[in-house]
Design a protein around this ligand. Structure first.
Ligand code: ASP
Length: 437
């Protein structure tokens, strides 16, 4: 087997109990050679994430409000982790140095990165792995852009020498020697960059859920987990509001064609979801997932002989552009055209937009439908399967749902329907039940 890179998110490394679980995971899989860790996250619902507390210290300092009490919480948490893990890495000395840097005007990026730094030190000692500071391998230009070649070379050089290692996620170093963090949640990116550089066979991303589910569990009871999904399908689902990895975090693994396996630290026996470059050809699953979002408006225009009028779409999309609105969908008929837009973007300017359309396009009729929900049914398996849309629409008809809009992407990977918001849950349930088997 090849090398695996495993990244453990905040809740997986929140305390000694969780870190005990990651030790068992790593002991059970000798292919895991490099471990990327987040800062300690929440241990319980109302707990604080270390990264949030670090940022809070900085905000207090900027406003000249005493920050010491907050720092003490961070301090005490790391000290007790060191005790609970039974390791000795002199974390108190590091904490003292960090406090010193803070007093001397350290940057927000430096302060925020220390959660990962300290946690990786503790975890490396506990696992018996080397500690490799991310600043030595993740390199940014002075303008904060990741330097891909330098980073790849550094990773290969440093990690070949270190052997199995724990690396703090979320940050690296700029050419001028200062610390630079990624955006929030950026340890995922560190894991993907390292996976690419070492040519990992798989990038395991350990969280507190067993991968993605076919539908929102708040709407569908016990939805089936998604065993395997391609990056493209996932993108279609994330666009529709399913909460997934950030696009940036999958990019490095995606370009290097490295599968990402989302796993659950609390249920390591679950296989999780495998995200791959190409759809799984062996799967006979037609639909991979269903996701949707409320809050859309459909503006429908009708004009006789519209089909023969040049520039109609350009003018309509120009009006949206002028109003700083992106178009979600543009379903068309011969003499009709509808534009589906997100109400959050309209921001109370609907009357102006309608007026612009009336003035510039002179439609015979114009209709605005509010409170529309869009539902995307996504599956690479749909293209090859006859009758998919028949199944979908008869399920909706049987459930008594009026479909207000239909759009199918040219990739045939995705069918989007617009329904009244009040039918949202019912529609998702009906679609799920039709395809779940
Ligand atoms: N600790 C950082 C955050 O909370 C980065 C991460 O966990 O990925 O955003």
């Amino acid at each position: 087997m090849g090398i695996k890179v495993a990244k453990f998110g905040g809740s997986s490394v929140a305390d000694a109990l969780q870190i005990g679980k990651i030790k068992r995971i790593i002991e059970n899989d000798s292919d895991i050679k490099y471990v990327v860790v987040s800062a300690p996250g929440k241990r319980f619902k109302d707990d604080s994430k270390i990264t949030d507390l670090l940022y809070l210290c900085k905000t207090h300092i900027d406003h000249k409000i005493p920050y010491e009490q907050i720092f003490q919480v961070i301090h005490d948490r790391f000290i007790s982790m060191e005790v609970d893990l039974g390791v000795n890495v002199n974390i108190a000395d590091d904490l003292k140095e960090i406090k010193n840097e803070i007093e001397n005007g350290a940057s927000a990026d430096y302060i925020a990165s220390r959660g990962e730094y300290l946690n990786a030190k503790l975890i490396a000692a506990y696992l018996g792995f080397a500690f490799v500071d991310a600043k030595n391998i993740i390199r940014f230009s002075d303008r904060g852009k990741i330097l891909e070649d330098v980073t790849n070379d550094s990773i290969n050089r440093v990690l070949t020498e270190s052997g199995p290692a724990v690396i703090p996620g979320f940050y690296g170093e700029k050419l001028d020697g200062t610390i630079k963090t990624f955006s929030r949640g950026g340890s995922d990116i560190t894991g993907a960059i390292i996976s690419r550089a070492v040519g990992a066979e798989v990038y395991e991303n350990w969280t507190d859920v067993s991968g993605f589910l076919m539908a929102d569990p708040r709407i569908v009871d016990n939805p089936k987990p998604i065993e395997s999904i391609s990056y493209m399908e996932l993108r279609e689902l994330s666009y529709m509001g399913a909460s997934v990895l950030h696009e940036d975090s999958i990019y490095p693994a995606k370009v290097a064609d490295i599968p990402i396996n989302i796993r659950n630290t609390n249920r390591p026996e679950d296989p999780g979801t495998m995200i791959t470059a190409k759809p799984n050809a062996a799967s006979n699953q037609v639909v991979s997932g269903i996701a949707g979002k409320k809050g859309f408006i459909v503006i429908g225009v009708y004009k006789s002989h519209m089909a023969g009028e040049k520039g109609f779409i350009r003018k309509l999309s120009g009006i949206m552009e002028d109003n700083d609105i992106t178009i979600e969908h543009l379903p068309t008929g011969i003499d009709t055209m509808s534009v589906v837009i997100d109400n959050r973007m309209v921001n109370g300017r609907l009357d102006e937009i309608v007026e612009d359309i009336q003035r510039q396009l002179k439609p015979d009729t114009l209709e605005v439908v509010h409170d529309i929900a869009l539902i995307a049914t996504v599956g690479a398996g749909m293209a090859a399967r006859k009758g998919t849309s028949a199944t979908l629409f008869s399920a909706l008809a049987k459930a008594g749902i009026n479909v207000r809009m239909i759009d199918q992407g040219s990739s045939e990977m995705n069918i989007i329907v617009g329904v009244d918001e009040k039918d949202f849950d019912k529609a998702i349930k009906a679609i799920y039940n039709a395809f779940e088997a």
